[in-house]
Design a protein around this ligand. Structure first.
Ligand code: BTN
Length: 263
């Protein structure tokens, strides 16, 4: 059991899912839950396995960045085995599951910043990292890594204090990490079932994006693009309109909203 009430037993007790979160491995401290999840996949762990850490000492973010996980925040990885057709929807599933669970647990109103940040009042409360192993047109595994700031005090971290926030900071009260995690896992399974039943998550994901209509600068590999984030395609790519009116599809990238004060 950790200081914030997280433990495998507390998460799984009477959890209303069939498979997501039915196997939970809790580590008080670990380098990165992504690495543990990768080793579990190699051992044939069942779909829905969750690796969760009280703190990470070498948490990883997108684009080779590091990810800070002090005690009291949530760092978890979920193992899924989707089809190739479902793969582009994984980011929609993860983002919407986070948004829904934050709404349910706190009543706050988060938004999604393309491709996979969750913001509250313009500040980042959650980052999502998706690592997939695809061989010969078959998905071997997908690991969804979610770093959610639950009780972070941004003022304690001068490097990020202007761009990061947490659930307790925004709600002005303590938010139990275990409730947030349980709600998140239930939502992940529900959305995954929707996908499996052939329903799309695209429209709801698109409608929760704060990015669309904004003037943005996007770095994608070695390229930097500027323009208006006009739309997103059903495969999750961003469609940017540059100042010549060209439409540029961007599959993966990092975006800066150019509205003053935004991250
Ligand atoms: C980002 O915004 O760059 C993505 C951050 C993802 C962080 C999570 S925390 C749980 C999992 N383990 C990691 O090392 N990274 C992801």
């Amino acid at each position: 059991m950790s200081t914030n009430g997280l433990s495998a037993a507390a998460i799984t007790a009477n959890l209303k899912t069939r498979f997501v979160g039915q196997r939970v491995l809790y580590y008080p401290s670990v380098a990165s839950t992504m690495e543990v999840a990768r080793l579990e996949v190699q051992k044939g762990t069942p779909e829905g396995t969750v690796i969760i850490a009280g703190e990470q000492t070498a948490g990883r973010g997108r684009l080779q960045r590091s990810w800070l996980t002090p005690k009291g925040n949530v760092a978890l990885s979920v193992v899924l085995y989707p089809t190739l057709a479902q793969l582009p929807s994984m980011i929609m599933l993860a983002s919407l599951a986070v948004v829904h669970s934050i709404r349910v647990v706190t009543g706050l109103d988060p938004a999604i910043k393309w491709p996979n940040d969750i913001l509250i009042n313009g500040r980042k409360v959650c980052g999502i990292l998706i690592e997939s192993d695809v061989r010969q047109e078959k998905v071997q595994s997908v690991i969804i890594g979610i770093g959610l700031n639950v009780s972070l005090h941004p003022a304690d971290y001068p490097d990020i204090q202007d761009i990061a926030t947490s659930l307790s900071q925004e709600s002005g009260r303590d938010v139990p990490a275990v409730d947030t995690v349980r709600t998140l896992l239930v939502e992940m399974e529900r959305l995954y079932s929707e996908l499996t039943a052939g329903r799309s998550l695209y429209e709801e994901w698109r409608d929760n994006l704060v990015t669309l209509g904004q003037s943005v600068r996007v770095s994608s590999g070695k390229n930097v693009y500027e323009g208006i984030a006009e739309s997103v395609a059903p495969d999750g790519s961003l469609i940017l309109r540059d100042n010549k009116g060209n439409h540029i599809p961007i599959v993966a990238g990092d975006i800066m909203l150019r509205t003053p004060g935004s991250v």
